[in-house]
Design a protein around this ligand. Structure first.
Ligand SMILES: [Zn+2]
Length: 477
């Protein structure tokens, strides 16, 4: 569409604006004007409240298959932990082939679209066949995930993940063999082959929101087998964790990402045991090790960052790295509560992710940044509603290499999500305090319309091309 009129929209400040008229050229926002009383003829009118599209900065799409099962399983076992959950995750991971993965990921990304998510950072480590052998195309699984995002209509950064060992001095177990390329150089060779088909390379997001002239670049296309073309896909890198990648390999992945200006993500200090094992092996914390190998830059995102030292936070903050919290997963797995305010005060930015897909609702993730910290600290009000919404929008997009998305402003991508002000959860919302209501009470169920690059992917709460519930049932079944 070329023209969208929003009854009310959040343009990044501490309040919402009334009557916001957005002109769209191609997939970008050309101009934004507020105070336009009613929708001009020819404009698409969005009632309710409109936000920039949401960025899900950390996802493992396949984990949607065991939602609700593992949560209950921990209780039934009597002593469930992150580590018993991991065994259940491996069982699901062992069953997927490229077709099954594509169907499951498409349904999961469809659920994300319905939740207002317009871009996902998919932390992808299911590379090879169940015996650990590469498929005929070694990137068949990655292409399946990219194709799934295209079919669901959302943007994706495939964060291709290096995973080489079971732990310090430990071989890979039977399931983990699927994750491994054997060496970091084999990982790099495979990811380069994938990225070569993505003519639009991942971009440097270290400019902290500056677009650096990228807007002149046309969006180019990624070819899938069978001639299908998709846009909206980028490739980045991930170090699974310092458990799964040794020092030299972590350095090689960091150098790959630096050479390409690509986003680099890693699971960091989710569990105290991970810290203990790293100190035993390397004599330093995971964050310090990642700093030493050159991984920490403005393009780096630490996933979880739950159990950090003051020095760790300083290392992340000094380079303005991002920390992606996944509170619904972290509470499910009994990980603990990260120090989000301390990270922010140190200079890090904050993003959120649905991670294990325990729920897919970035409003819930974003408010948990504040609410979990209240439980831990006995204090309220460390994060403003605008800051929480920024974590789910602008900061999340920057973290996954889409700095030109996540804000309603000229030059930005026309990715938008609108919420129904008349839903039972939001009924009574007042413009003057709307940001607080949206941050603390909105849910994925309130999303009515979603646009990616000015193209509607969700209309009146329904996906334009997928029957998402039916696809989820079929894929999970
Ligand atoms: Zn994860």
């Amino acid at each position: 569409v070329n023209r969208i009129w929003c009854e009310r929209a959040w343009l990044g400040g501490d309040a919402v604006e009334a009557g916001v008229l957005i002109d769209v050229e191609g997939e970008r926002i050309a101009s934004v004007r507020s105070g336009v009383g009613e929708a001009p003829a020819g404009a698409v009118a969005l009632p309710g409240y409109t936000l920039p599209g949401l960025a899900n900065a950390h996802s493992h799409a396949f984990q949607r298959a065991f939602r609700g099962r593992t949560e209950a399983g921990g209780a039934a076992a009597g002593a469930g932990s992150f580590w018993t959950w991991r065994e259940q995750m491996y069982e699901a991971a062992a069953r997927l082939d490229p077709d099954g993965y594509r169907a499951l990921a498409r349904a999961t990304f469809g659920e994300m679209a319905l939740a207002g998510i317009t871009a996902v950072g998919e932390f992808h480590y299911l590379h090879h066949d169940p015996d650990g052998r590469p498929y005929a195309d070694p990137n068949e699984m990655g292409r399946a995930v990219i194709g799934a995002a295209a079919e669901a209509g959302i943007r994706i950064t495939l964060l291709d993940t290096c995973y080489l060992r079971g732990g310090a001095g430990e071989e890979l177990n039977a399931v983990q063999r699927r994750f491994s390329d054997g060496t970091a150089s084999a990982w790099a060779e495979r990811v380069d082959a994938l990225a070569a088909n993505l003519s639009e390379r991942c971009v440097d997001s270290s400019g902290q929101g500056e677009d650096k002239g990228r807007s002149a670049e046309p969006s180019r296309l990624f070819s899938l087998p069978g001639g299908q073309k998709v846009g909206n896909a980028r490739v980045g890198a991930a170090i699974h964790s310092v458990r799964a990648v040794d020092r030299e390999a972590a350095a090689a992945v960091a150098s790959w990402a630096a050479g390409r200006g690509a986003p680099l993500h890693a699971h960091v200090s989710e569990q105290p045991r991970e810290n203990e094992e790293c100190v035993a092996e390397h004599g330093m914390t995971p964050t310090a090790l990642l700093a030493e190998v050159g991984a920490l830059t403005g393009r780096f995102t630490a996933i979880h960052a739950t159990h950090l030292t003051v020095a760790d936070r300083r290392l992340l903050g000094d380079v303005a790295a991002c920390c992606c919290l996944c509170p619904t997963t972290e509470r499910d797995l009994a990980d603990g509560i990260g120090g989000a305010a301390a990270l922010r005060d140190a200079g890090a930015s904050l993003a959120v992710g649905s991670d294990s897909q325990a729920v897919i609702d970035l409003f819930e993730e974003a408010r948990a940044i504040e609410l979990d910290e209240r439980l831990a600290s006995g204090e309220r009000g460390r994060h403003s509603p605008a800051a929480l919404l920024a974590a789910a929008t602008a900061s999340g997009h920057a973290a996954i290499g889409w700095p030109e998305a996540g804000a309603i402003a000229p030059g930005k991508l026309a990715d938008l999500v609108s919420l129904d002000a008349g839903s039972v959860r939001l009924a009574g919302i007042e413009p003057g305090t709307a940001l607080g209501t949206l941050a603390f009470a909105a849910t994925a169920a309130d999303v009515t319309n979603v646009f990616v690059g000015g193209v509607p992917i969700v209309r009146d709460g329904t996906h334009v091309s997928l029957d998402v519930s039916a696809e989820l049932r079929a894929a999970i079944g």
